[in-house]
Design a protein around this ligand. Structure first.
Ligand SMILES: Cc1cc2nc3c(=O)[nH]c(=O)nc-3n(C[C@H](O)[C@H](O)[C@H](O)COP(=O)(O)OP(=O)(O)OC[C@H]3O[C@@H](n4cnc5c(N)ncnc54)[C@H](O)[C@@H]3O)c2cc1C
Length: 387
């Protein structure tokens, strides 16, 4: 039996290792991944060996068993170095891993989580379709029972790591009620087309997936029939949002560090541009925004650790805010770099592009504003009373 102190120092050690790994093995290759439009297989394999792909999951399923806060801090370290590497953690650990952990059968957990942790396999989460995004409950991919199997038909789009994943969690509909199925890439009727020409996520192996009369055995259903909304998909998106919230902090922090370094190095009008108050204004704002976003993420992490019912909403707020400030800080970081900010020779050009995506994935900014507003309208109402 390990003591709480031993456990804390194990987590601290993993965080330090993540920092080293990100700095030495991920960051130097991030630009190359973006330009080539792929994460190197050897890096993915190393991330699996280090346990980062399932960092939050229990050790019995090949994870590192990290608490939510340490998992968030690890996500920030990897995300600062390379957004697509962070996206890989989001997909494997949060969207696929946590979902199977919560809703999979014991057999599914042992087989598929083990496959990610030990066998070099990857999963992907396929909800969005060409015609269906924010209105996720309207998915058009269908399933129908045939004997002991299910037959799936439809198309998925924007599936991160879909181009190289070995299996997909596919959300499909029957009679207005959706169910999640685990579909293997090499099953007959599955066609995968990589997506190119993207603003960001260029190394996140996005794909379109076509399913034509794909026969899925009944033991590949994840959760119960009709349980996709709000249960199985809700779990995936909640964990995905927590991971993306930290991804926003990561982009903002990396942008700030680049902005400060550049401002203290670049000379105009005979002085370092860091000495101009208008430049300092951008730096000051960035520091304050990042500290606020990180505080929201830490609070969400602590609530998640305690399984507090407010954790889901606080996670949504953290994701919304950190995505917002990531875009603002990355924009200012480009501004401080002047023309150089528009060149891929400087990381802020990539950070600026990657920041935009965070306002779209795991719920767009507008959908999240509505969720937060509904919560606010409920929580902060006080029956007017005479003064
Ligand atoms: C890089 C990247 C990676 C992705 N990875 C995945 C993945 O792994 N798996 C997956 O399933 N999907 C993934 N997606 C898809 C992503 O989740 C969707 O793009 C997102 O949910 C938005 O859906 P949409 O693009 O269809 O936009 P739409 O829903 O069509 O929205 C278009 C615009 O209309 C606004 N809008 C829509 N409805 C409302 C409303 N009710 N009120 C106000 N405004 C509204 C939106 O906010 C947005 O501004 C990814 C997308 C990107 C760009």
């Amino acid at each position: 039996m390990t003591s709480p102190d031993d456990e804390r120092s194990r987590h601290q050690h993993i965080l330090e290792e993540a920092r080293r790994f990100a700095h030495e093995e991920v960051r130097p290759r991030a630009r190359d991944f973006d330009e080539r439009g792929e994460l190197a297989r050897d890096l993915i394999a190393k991330m699996a060996t280090q346990g980062f792909l399932l960092a939050r999951l229990p050790q019995q399923y090949g994870g590192l068993g990290l608490d939510p806060v340490t998992y968030g801090l690890v996500t920030e370290e990897i995300g600062k170095a390379c957004c697509s590497s962070r996206a890989l953690m989001t997909v494997e650990c949060s969207l696929v891993g946590e979902t199977l952990l919560a809703w999979g059968t014991e057999d599914q957990k042992r087989r598929w989580l083990q496959a990610i942790a030990k066998e070099g396999k990857l999963g992907a989460f396929a909800l969005t379709e060409p015609e269906i995004g924010s209105d996720a409950r309207g998915v058009k991919t269908t399933f129908e029972a045939r004997g002991d199997d299910y037959i799936l038909n439809g198309r998925k789009k924007w599936t991160s790591f879909g181009a190289i994943a070995d299996f997909f969690l596919v959300v499909a509909m029957k009679d207005s009620s959706a169910t999640v199925f685990l579909v293997e890439r090499d099953q007959p009727g599955v066609r995968v087309t990589p997506m190119k020409g993207l603003l960001a996520g260029r190394a996140a192996h996005l794909a379109e997936i076509e399913l034509e009369n794909v026969c899925v055995p009944k033991d590949r259903m994840v959760g119960k029939p009709g349980s996709a909304f709000p249960y199985v998909v809700g779990t995936a998106l909640d964990h995905g949002r927590y991971s993306v919230a930290w991804g926003g902090v990561a982009i903002a922090q990396a942008s700030l560090e680049a902005m400060v370094t550049y401002a203290r190095t670049r000379t105009q009008f005979g002085q370092k541009i860091a000495e101009f108050q208008l430049v300092q204004g951008m730096i000051g704002e960035a520091v304050a925004k990042i500290h606020a976003a990180r505080a929201l993420c830490l609070r969400a992490g602590e609530l998640r650790q305690r399984r507090d019912p407010d954790a889901i909403m606080e996670t949504t707020i953290a994701k919304h805010f950190s995505a917002q400030i990531a875009m603002e800080v990355a924009t200012d970081a480009v501004q401080v770099h002047g023309g150089n900010g528009c060149s891929s020779s400087y990381p802020v050009e990539r950070l600026f592009r990657e920041a935009k995506v965070l306002n779209i994935i795991e719920g767009t900014a507008q959908i999240q504003q509505q969720m937060i507003a509904k919560y606010g309208l409920r929580k902060y109402y006080h029956r007017p009373s005479p003064e």
